[in-house]
Design a binder for this molecule. Structure first.
Ligand code: DQA
Length: 156
């Protein structure tokens, strides 16, 4: 039992490299929504779900690794768009495995419809699941899935 049903949860949202440029960056792929707008959307959804949302964006792998380590005992789950590190980072994968918190992986674009190097995720095997291809809605759906998973765990 992690939390009583209906009690507040805390979720760490991690955004990887270049996501600070959302809105400007390749809008035909990633859309025109900015990272601030995505974070506001998550915060609003978090309120509805009685869930605290703590957000970090970094372009540095080690900063993301440190944040994952610090999530232990502070958050009940991690929602992550590791961006390019999805396809390269054994360090992020190992950090997520080490802390053993429930993880949901999200991507704005459908990584499986893109270049072959994006088809492999180091994060997927340590995540509960992955949501890819729904633009900013991927985050929204990912947060709902993660909170639903945590609340279901409460009941078992
Ligand atoms: C991304 C997909 C990655 O392949 C890419 O490197 C990103 C963003 C997405 O959200 O669609 O930076 O994670």
């Amino acid at each position: 039992m992690i939390n009583a049903i209906g009690s507040s949860l805390s979720i760490l949202v991690l955004h990887g490299p270049n996501l600070n440029l959302l809105g400007l960056r390749e809008p035909s792929i990633y859309g025109s929504v900015t990272l601030d707008e995505i974070n506001r959307l998550l915060e609003e959804e978090g309120k509805k779900l009685q869930t605290e949302i703590i957000v970090l964006q970094s372009n540095h792998e080690g900063v993301l690794v440190d944040a994952i380590h610090q999530a232990r005992g502070q958050h009940q789950g991690i929602l992550i768009n590791a961006a390019a590190y999805t396809h390269t980072s054994v360090a992020l994968r190992d950090a997520l495995a080490a802390v053993a918190l429930p993880v949901v992986e999200v991507h704005l674009s459908n990584i499986y419809r893109r270049e072959p190097f994006r088809h492999h995720s180091f994060i997927a095997p340590v995540a509960i699941g992955q949501i890819s291809g729904f633009g900013s809605q991927s985050y929204h759906l990912g947060l709902q899935a993660l909170v639903n998973h945590l609340r279901t765990l409460d009941k078992s």
